[in-house]
Structure formats: structure tokens, C-alpha cells
Design a protein around this ligand. Structure first.
Ligand SMILES: Nc1ncnc2c1ncn2[C@@H]1O[C@H](COP(=O)(O)OP(=O)(O)OP(=O)(O)O)[C@@H](O)[C@H]1O
Length: 388
């Protein structure tokens, strides 16, 4: 029974950890992008899983202890041992069992976290699979047993040529470029697979003050490239930041080449608590507090929104708040994934103004579906083509 309870605790820990890492992938990615180590990013899941595991395990042990200790003690006393000695012996055994179970749980959590990230702390989805859940709705869907005889005509949409030819390698190339004057901030040569199948190559240099825009059909690999650039997912790469190359630690790289998610991440708490958490990350140790409030007004947000829960902010408010926090961290390169996708025209222009106002000591790389936006803010436009 004791083993059974401990094992169920361990199984619960694993479930909670894997669930947390999968269901809050974006949340973990947001923290990683701000310079968190994998441990810091996965910490809430770790605490949750230890709690989930310890409660049943310790409860189980208490029950087992209460039930079995009198019996075992009686046996020892009948065998000639003094009652106090028998009691102490049982208490020590209970503590040893609790301690070893706790150590086992910690180890399991550590292994789970390590399996989810590669040695550089990047996401490694291939190692841990999400739990397959029984889909009751699908099981009860009887319509698939008696398919309708009348065929609904399907609308035929011409596939984008780039996406139709799914096997040919892709390359990212400049469509137009304005000359840049600042020093080279990022020098990258990246290569990897998009959607785990299609090879893609990227070679680019971004100078201080430049805004490099990426355009291409949905699903071609823009977000994939941006995550490679920010070192959140793996690619074969040679890269340098302000002339410094491989010696840069992943956490520092991500903090300096900060990726901002396209979608709203399910963050807990409020923007103010998130800012505090970011300031406490190891990668930000010794840096001054983030000045987010002064930026909010210029992108149409009120300072009071810092105290409102993330879940109460609209998609557009969330996007602008994250943008302001990212700008306040003053990275060397801000990597933006469709930063105005949730905004109305007026708010979009406010964000663009802020992008244009920066000096020559940082650069921007952003994905967009808006050609006019690329013309308004871009120093260069990069598009995808199939290699001959
Ligand atoms: N973790 C993943 N595992 C497998 N395939 C993936 C994964 N992430 C993305 N893909 C696939 O890689 C391809 C490129 O995705 P990506 O998100 O980079 O496209 P995108 O150009 O940014 O699209 P959009 O404009 O719609 O945001 C898509 O076909 C997508 O399904």
C-alpha cells in the first residue's frame, strides 16, 4: 500500500509536470525569451507537480504508518524490545521513507524538465509526448458510422506555389533593402527544418537602427525562423551579436535577442507581477528596474492596466502591454512575431511610431502580413523563395 501510494504520487507528479509544460508552452516560452533558465521557466509547474505528488504520497504514508506502526510495535515489544525503543525505531523508518520518496519525486521532476529542453535550454518537443486523452465527443459522434450520401462540393483554392511544393528547400532572401549606417548587431547563418520536413536556410546581417521585415504565406516558416534567431528552438547555426559569437550563454542571448510571441500567452497574475518576475530572473540580475509605465501612454494604454489580470486584458491590450515590457527591457534585437496582428489601425500606427523612434544601438526583426506596414517601418523586406 505504501509503495502503491508513493507510485501514484510519482505518477501524478509526472502528469502534472508534462501537462504544465504542454498546456503552458507559450508561457514557458515567454519566460525563456526574457532570459529565464529552463528551471526558472518551468518552476510553477515543478511546484505544482511536487504538491500534487506529495499530498497523496504523504497522506498515504500517514495512513499506512498509523495502521501498521501499532502492529509492528506490538511485534517488537513481544519480541522483547522496550516500548520507547520500538516507537523510535518506527518513527525513524517513517521519516526515511518520506525522505526517500521526496528525493525520488525531485529527481523525477528534474528528469522531466531535462527531457523537455535540450542541453542549451531550448524546447525539444520530440522527447516528451503530450498525454493522449480519450475524446468522448469524438467517440459519441455517430455520424461517422452513417456517412451522408450527398457530397458537399468543396471550394477549390489554389495553393500558394511556395507551400504547394512542400519538398524543395526554401531560402529567405531580401526583396528590397535600404542602406543601413549603424554597426552590425546581428550576423546570422541559420539552417534547419520547417515543420520537421522542409529545409530552410537563412543568412542575414542586421545593423543598429534597422527594422528587418519578414513576409510570406501563412505556414511558410516565419515564426520558426524567429524562434531560431532567438534560440528558443534548435537549428544549425553560426551567429554573432555585436561581433561576439558562440561564447554567449543561451540565457544572455535570449535576453538580448528577445522574441515576442504572436499569440496571447496564458500568463498568470498581472503585468505588474510579470514585470517583477522578469526583473528577478538570473539573466537580469544587477539591471535597473524596468520602466514600463512611461511607454504605455504612447501606445494608447493606461498605467492602471499594469494592475489588471492578464486574463482581463483584450487581445490588443495584451499585445501592446507585452510590446511595452519588451521595449522596456532594451534588448539588442527585438524579434517581433506579427506585433500588430490584434490591433486596430490607429493603435497599429502608434506601435509603428515607437518602432521608428529607436536609436542606432538596437535593431528589430519582425514578421508581418502587411506590405504597407513593411514599407512604413522597414529598412528591408525579406521573402521566401524555393532554391533552384
Ligand atoms: N512544433 C511543431 N511541430 C511540427 N510542425 C510545426 C511545429 N511548429 C510549426 N510547425 C509547422 O511548421 C510550419 C511553419 O510554421 P510557422 O509557425 O513558422 O509558420 P508562419 O509562417 O509563422 O505562419 P503564420 O503566418 O500563420 O504565423 C507550419 O506548417 C507548421 O504547421
Amino acid at each position: 500500500m505504501l509503495i502503491n501510494n508513493s507510485l501514484s504520487g510519482v505518477a501524478l507528479a509526472l502528469n502534472a509536470m508534462i501537462d504544465h509544460l504542454y498546456n503552458h508552452k507559450e508561457q514557458v516560452e515567454v519566460l525563456l525569451a526574457f532570459g529565464a533558465s529552463p528551471w526558472e521557466a518551468a518552476w510553477p509547474g515543478f511546484v505544482k507537480s511536487v504538491q500534487a505528488a506529495l499530498i497523496p504520497a504523504i497522506n498515504g504514508m500517514n495512513v499506512v504508518g498509523l495502521v501498521s506502526i501499532p502492529g509492528m510495535m506490538t511485534g517488537q515489544i513481544l519480541g522483547g524490545a522496550p516500548p520507547m525503543k520500538a516507537a523510535k525505531y518506527q518513527i525513524v523508518i517513517t521519516f526515511l521513507i518520506s525522505g526517500s520518496s521526496f528525493a525520488a519525486l525531485c529527481l523525477i521532476c528534474a528528469f522531466t524538465i531535462q527531457a523537455f529542453f535540450d542541453h542549451q535550454g531550448r524546447h525539444d518537443d520530440s522527447e516528451v509526448k503530450p498525454q493522449s486523452r480519450l475524446n468522448i465527443a469524438k467517440l459519441l459522434d455517430l455520424s461517422r458510422l452513417c456517412p451522408s450520401k450527398t457530397k458537399v462540393p468543396q471550394a477549390t483554392v489554389a495553393a500558394t506555389p511556395l507551400l504547394a511544393d512542400s519538398a524543395s528547400p526554401l531560402v529567405l532572401q531580401p526583396s528590397w533593402e535600404k542602406p543601413g549606417e549603424g554597426d552590425v548587431i546581428l550576423d546570422l547563418s541559420l539552417e534547419g527544418l520547417v515543420g520537421k520536413l522542409r529545409p530552410l536556410k537563412v543568412q542575414l546581417k542586421v545593423r543598429g537602427g534597422q527594422v528587418l521585415c519578414l513576409m510570406g504565406p501563412s505556414g511558410v516558416g516565419k515564426s520558426t525562423i524567429l524562434k531560431w534567431i532567438a534560440d528558443l528552438t534548435s537549428s544549425q547555426s553560426s551567429r554573432s551579436l555585436r561581433g561576439q559569437s558562440e561564447t554567449i550563454m543561451p540565457q544572455r542571448w535570449r535576453r538580448e535577442v528577445l522574441y515576442l510571441h504572436q499569440i496571447k500567452a496564458p500568463l498568470p497574475g498581472t503585468p505588474a507581477t510579470f514585470i517583477q518576475a522578469v526583473e528577478k530572473l538570473q539573466a537580469n540580475a544587477g539591471r535597473p528596474p524596468l520602466q514600463v509605465a512611461p511607454l504605455l501612454q504612447s501606445i494608447g494604454l493606461e498605467e492602471s492596466m499594469l494592475e489588471r489580470p492578464w486574463s482581463e486584458l483584450s487581445g490588443g491590450e495584451n499585445q501592446r502591454m507585452m510590446f511595452a515590457i519588451a521595449m522596456a527591457t532594451a534588448p539588442a534585437c527585438l524579434v517581433l512575431d506579427e506585433p500588430t496582428s490584434a490591433l486596430d489601425e490607429a493603435s497599429k500606427l502608434l506601435v509603428e511610431e515607437m518602432l521608428k523612434k529607436r536609436g542606432n544601438d538596437s535593431c528589430i526583426i519582425m514578421a508581418t502580413h502587411d506590405a504597407q506596414q513593411a514599407e512604413r517601418v522597414g529598412s528591408s523586406l525579406w521573402t521566401f523563395s524555393v532554391t533552384p
